[in-house]
Design a protein around this ligand. Structure first.
Ligand SMILES: *Cc1c(COP(=O)(O)O)cnc(C)c1O
Length: 427
């Protein structure tokens, strides 16, 4: 049987039995740059951004890519060129955007429940598009920072619509019991309070109900509630021009289809859920996709170090660990794993695990995979989102390098860390 990846983006394909990232064999990338190695397909990033953008057609909108999904500077720069804005959740992420392009600040929204005064100051001075405020205390602090700087930032409250969404409990955010946002029922009072301070300009309403959501019905229910709120706020005299619909559109990690064609359908389905409630409001829509843009555009290449049998179980031990890709350990997440050069000698049921000293350090459990031998290269697919951005140095392991591939060109967009990099701050 010839290996193929019919349902993957064109950036990851088999040619003559070898996995390629665009036009370069994965095995060549591994030889040149070492493993573990994050590889991204530039074409896939661009195509997915365009598909998502097109799904909202002529509706006035701005995509504010969620920087936390993958915050590599070169990728952010690509997105700037495509016209993207950014959703940041820390001062550090804002600094990344500013380093890439100072002018991009005008399309930045700042989310997060714990913004500190220095983070607010940086964002106020940068004149970002919108602060998404998540509590009354934050409102007070932002007003006091703004008055000190004699600037009037635009604000929205991130409202919690109390809409359940089917996803992992760690990444569901839209229920009353979650730490995020303010109860939608408290919103009218909070907007009145914001408007009464001379230093804040209520300009929008924000929501974000969670991540990796594949059923679009909760997005529709959320927008119905937000639209009602906007009508109410306008009746009270607030000039609400922006609705920030958040991110959260999921991808098919398992048995699914992450081809561009499937994404086109999914993005259209998503916009068809979001848009009808906003029909007659004449607002400018902000969208904060992360995973849907970058997830399927990346793969983590890793080499088999050992394979061993413990009783009835076979373990394939690879040179990437949970510090390099934590999603399976953190969320029990599923990632497709394929051999870069399949031997075609039958399938085996194995656990694919890393070298880190934790039982949770696994990439697949009881997975049927093509036979792998020590030294073989495998690719963990759909690892572009929340992969590199969630890495750590646990076990004093340097972070992997990142390589961006476009056609037959490969560029190191982050060099591999060294042990010296790790020890530096302690010397
Ligand atoms: C994480 C996050 C996003 C992006 O979520 P995806 O599931 O990657 O699309 C968008 N907005 C906010 C506020 C977030 O916290």
């Amino acid at each position: 049987m010839k290996p193929s990846l019919p349902s993957r983006p064109p950036g990851f394909v088999y040619k003559s039995n070898k996995l390629h990232v665009e036009k370069i064999a994965a095995s060549d990338l591994a030889r040149r740059f070492g493993t573990p190695l994050y590889t991204y397909s530039a074409t896939t990033i661009r195509e997915r951004f365009d598909i998502f953008n097109r799904a909202f057609g002529k509706v006035p909108h701005t995509i504010c890519y969620s920087v936390k999904a993958n915050s590599n500077l070169t990728i952010l720069k690509m997105l700037v060129k495509l016209g993207s804005g950014f959703d940041v959740v820390s001062g550090g992420e804002l600094e990344r955007v500013l380093v890439v392009d100072k002018k991009a600040a005008k399309k930045v929204v700042f989310s997060g429940v714990g913004k500190t005064a220095p983070e607010m100051d940086l964002a106020i001075k940068s004149d970002i598009l919108l602060f998404n405020i998540e509590s009354e205390s934050e409102l007070e602090l932002l007003a006091s920072r703004a008055s000190k700087l004699r600037k009037k930032p635009r604000i929205a409250f991130r409202v919690n619509p109390d809409v359940p969404a089917e996803t992992h409990p760690y990444i569901s955010t839209g229920l009353r019991e979650h730490k995020f946002g303010v109860p939608i029922t408290d919103a009218a009072l909070l907007y009145a309070q914001a408007a009464s301070t001379e230093w804040l300009e209520p300009a929008g309403v924000s929501v974000h109900i969670g991540s990796q959501i594949t059923d679009v019905a909760p997005f529709n229910a959320t927008m119905e509630r937000v639209a009602d709120l906007v009508r109410g706020l306008r009746a009270q005299g607030h000039n609400i021009r922006l609705i920030d619909g958040g991110g959260g559109l999921g991808i098919a990690y398992r048995d699914g289809d992450t081809s561009l064609k499937a994404f086109e359908a999914s993005a259209k389905n998503y916009s068809a859920a979001l848009l009808p409630p906003l029909n007659s409001l004449g607002i400018h829509l902000l969208l904060e996709p992360g995973r849907a843009i970058i997830g399927p555009a990346g793969a983590l290449l890793t080499r088999v170090v050992y394979s061993k049998k413990n009783g009835r179980k076979t373990f394939v031990i690879v040179d990437a660990g949970m510090n390099d890709l934590i999603r399976p350990a953190l969320y029990g997440a599923y990632h497709e794993i394929v051999a870069a050069e399949p031997r075609g000698t039958g399938a085996e049921t194995v656990d694919v695990v890393g070298p880190v000293c934790e039982t949770g350090d696994f990439f697949a459990r009881d997975r049927e995979l093509t036979h792998l031998e020590e030294g073989d290269l495998v690719a963990i697919l759909d690892a572009g989102a929340y992969g590199m951005s969630q890495t750590s140095n646990y076990n004093t392991r340097p972070r992997p390098a990142e390589v961006l591939v476009e056609g037959s060109r490969a560029k190191v967009v982050r060099r591999r860390e060294t042990i010296k990099d790790l020890l530096g701050p302690e010397r």
